[in-house]
Design a protein around this ligand. Structure first.
Ligand code: ZN
Length: 200
């Protein structure tokens, strides 16, 4: 960072620059935007960051990010408990919930199987998924991992691990562009992919 910048400013630019999708120019723009804001508004951002880090935990059942354990989905009486939808990231739940057509429960793996990048089975919540299925009551697991190489490898691993339980395993794929992340799919495509899920 250039030396003519006051250290606190350089520090904030540096912090913004660590965020995904934020290049050096955007980091500078965001910093100078905040410097122009009234202190209260700028601090509201700092406060919101502090609050999520303080209050957000993992749901002990589905591993979604939540302020409560169990999360509001796991705790809901109106959800179909015979279905589990397996996703890579908590953000995927948000995307699927927006379609409004899925009424079952979820299970977040927190990543995808990618030995090349050092992400192995034990790094994912697969054993926890197997445990949930083992406890009974689940008739169908919908594997909604991304339509990427890693997402496919993850789906395959989940299938192999769940096969001994003789439940229905389906894969959400139809209509999703190959190589794409779930979070970029529009509601219509995702709804069709859910309805058209196939035996896996
Ligand atoms: Zn939950």
């Amino acid at each position: 960072m250039p030396q003519f910048l006051a250290e606190p400013i350089a520090r904030l630019i540096d912090e913004f620059g660590k965020l995904p999708g934020i290049g050096p120019k955007t980091a500078q723009r965001l910093t100078f935007f905040l410097l122009r804001q009234p202190a209260g508004e700028a601090l509201a951002l700092a406060d919101a960051i502090a609050e999520v880090k303080e209050k957000i935990i993992f749901c002990g059942r589905c591993f979604n990010l939540s302020a409560t354990d169990p999360c509001h989905i796991c705790a809901s009486e109106s959800r179909d408990r015979t279905r589990l939808c397996v996703v890579e990231e908590p953000l995927d739940i948000l995307v699927l919930e927006k379609t409004g057509i899925y009424k079952g429960l979820y299970h977040v793996l927190h990543g995808s199987f990618s030995p090349m990048e050092g992400i192995l089975e034990d790094d994912l919540k697969i054993a926890e998924l197997v445990e949930r299925v083992k406890q009974g009551g689940v008739d169908e697991v919908i594997v909604a991992t991304n339509a990427t190489v890693e997402g496919e490898a993850t789906a395959n691993l989940v299938r192999v691990r769940l096969r001994p339980f003789g439940i229905r395993i389906t894969r959400l794929a139809q209509g999703l562009p190959i190589g794409s992340d779930l979070e970029y799919a529009d509601d219509y495509t995702l709804s069709r992919a859910l309805e058209g899920r196939r035996e896996y």
